[in-house]
Design a binder for this molecule. Structure first.
Ligand code: G1P
Ligand code: ZN
Length: 543
């Protein structure tokens, strides 16, 4: 067994984005591309000799090859042990759970989340810290800086490990434990939720469909929902993970999860529907003919948290990403707890949770989670909802109507324009920025503009500052229009427009969000000149 030091040269473009480094598989397959990045991680995270690393991915195309390369590099770089999920699989929340449970030094998660998979599609890799959460910006920037001056990497020349066989193996001086990918995560879920109550719900006249979208949550959902909780076989649809996600785009929203949406909007629709994404951290919640926005889902969870055993004593505080609607703010106010507003990306929640300031957090992008791990967690959110439904014995729609009657409704929608020309996208935001001063005090969409700015965040725990996190037009009545460029795409640029308006009047709560927000949508187009600059007359995805 030979340890090699391989000469290499810096490769441009390896700066991690909102959630790790993402690129086309073909880019990752270029000589040294993966190895340079992994070595840059190992060089930037402190003294790793004798430490344990967690390793796993969402099972997309190229996952297995990458696992073998990383194992050999981890061995050559001095790790004592790697915990790897069987078959090279670990959902993102399961990886976070395993890092925390076994007090690993950190973990490498191989995923491009909901982005399509296959030889011509996407791959991704990100480093998570010992708290189980995504590396903060100081660390990802250090990794990036290292990719720019790297000259060699270390790798062992040895046989591959059989990833399908559970057990302990050696690779040089390093131990590799191929572990059950589901067991630790399932045990954690059982600790948090009232499994007896949920089992009781399934024994009633209650129907439920969970769409794993051919991605990583299939095995987790089958074990937990159909196995431990006794949901009927077949509750989990598209439950066999495929390395190309069945050719689909496993993003649980109204556009990409249309198979599930069609079921929930059919004449004989079930009571409850849910889906998760490629790597298992996102979720979509549906009732019979009813869609719950992720922002509302977070607010409902916060308002009903004490119904769930893990949160029965109350929650310490909540946090939401800046573009997420203010629905949860109103619950926090009523509960007398803090509500933090952070930039987009789960990495900003970690410090708040580690400091015990926040128990629940979420993003409008179909992500909700709690301090049980340090990632957003799709199945956790579904179990949270099942727990609420089991206790309250009301429909999803009924629970939302009651919520809005209590707190008012934050009408909310996100419009995405995907694969737009980068220069045009930058100009769309700049057009709004150029009007920051002139818009102030003006009436737009029947509302007075209170202020405009580029959102900046100072982390209350470590004082780090993150600037340019979204262009905002804020109205006096609390309505908001926000423009952001995506940090996770791999082709062209994606413009996201976030629209929100608050309605206290219960008689108007039944309105469709697009109708309620129509004047805001028109205002967003007109101040940004988006249609003219991009040539698009409608968004690619509306959620
Ligand atoms: C998107 C979402 C963001 C989420 C991230 C990773 O990032 O908007 O909320 O944390 O994916 O799932 P974006 O593409 O907007 O940078
Ligand atoms: Zn994801």
């Amino acid at each position: 067994m030979l340890e090699h030091t391989v000469s290499t040269q810096p490769i441009e473009g390896q700066r991690p984005g909102t959630s790790g480094l993402r690129a086309k598989v073909k880019v990752f397959q270029q000589p040294h591309y993966l190895e340079n990045f992994v070595q840059a991680v190992f060089d930037s995270i402190g003294d790793i000799s004798g430490q344990t690393l967690v390793l796993g991915g969402d099972g997309r195309f190229y996952n297995r090859e990458v696992i073998q390369i990383i194992l050999k590099m981890a061995a050559a770089n001095g790790f004592a042990k790697v915990l790897v999920g069987q078959g090279g699989i670990l959902s993102t929340p399961a990886a976070s759970c395993v890092i925390r449970k076994y007090k690993a030094f950190g973990g490498l998660i191989l995923s491009a989340s909901h982005n399509p998979a296959g030889p011509d599609e996407d791959f991704g890799i990100k480093y998570n810290m010992g708290n189980g959460g995504p590396a903060p910006e100081q660390v990802t920037e250090a990794i990036y800086a290292r990719t720019l001056n790297i000259s060699e990497y270390k790798i062992l020349d040895c046989a591959d490990i059989n990833l399908d066989e559970k057990g302990e193996f050696s690779m040089g001086d390093m131990q590799v434990e191929v572990m059950d990918a589901v067991a630790d995560y399932a045990a954690l879920m059982q600790e948090l939720f009232d499994f007896d109550a949920i089992r009781g719900l399934f024994a009633q006249d209650f129907s439920f469909v969970f769409d794993a979208m051919h991605a990583v949550t299939g095995p987790y959902a089958k074990v937990i929902l159909e196995g431990m909780l006794g949901a009927p076989k077949g509750t989990v649809m598209n439950g066999e993970p495929k390395d190309d996600f069945g050719g689909g785009h496993p993003d649980p929203n109204l556009t990409y999860a249309h198979e599930l949406v069609d079921i929930l909007y059919a004449d004989d629709a079930p009571d409850f529907g849910a889906a998760s994404d490629g790597d298992g951290d996102r979720n979509m919640i549906l009732g019979n003919h009813f869609f719950v926005t992720p922002s509302d889902s977070l607010a409902v969870m916060a308002a009903n948290a004490t119904l769930v055993p893990a949160y029965s004593k109350g929650i310490a505080g909540v946090a939401r990403s800046m573009p997420t609607s203010g629905a949860v703010d109103r619950v926090a106010e009523a509960l007398g707890i803090d509500c933090f507003e952070t930039p987009t990306g789960w990495k900003f929640f970690g410090n708040l949770m580690d400091a015990g300031k926040v128990t629940l957090c979420g993003e409008e992008s179909f992500g909700t989670g709690s301090d049980h791990v340090r990632e957003k967690d799709g199945l956790w959110a579904v179990l949270f909802w099942l727990n609420i439904l089991a206790v309250r014995q009301e429909s999803v729609e009924g629970i939302l109507a009651d919520h809005w009657a209590t707190y008012g409704r934050n009408f909310y929608s996100r419009h995405d324009y995907e694969a737009v020309d980068s220069a045009a996208a930058t100009q769309v935001l700049q057009n709004v920025r150029d009007q920051f001063d002139s818009l102030k005090g003006q009436t737009l969409a029947g509302r007075v503009v209170q202020m405009c700015n580029d959102f900046a965040y100072t982390d209350p725990i470590d004082g780090s500052v993150s600037e340019n996190q979204g262009v905002r037009v804020l109205f006096e009545d609390g309505s908001r229009i926000i423009f952001r460029l995506s940090g996770t795409g791999t082709s062209g640029t994606t413009i996201r427009i976030y629209l929100e308006s608050y309605e206290a009047d219960t008689s108007k709560h039944g309105l469709d969000a697009q109708t309620a927000l129509k004047d805001m949508i028109d205002a967003a187009n007109s101040i940004s000149k988006l249609p003219e600059l991009t040539g698009r007359d409608k968004p690619t995805v509306i959620t």
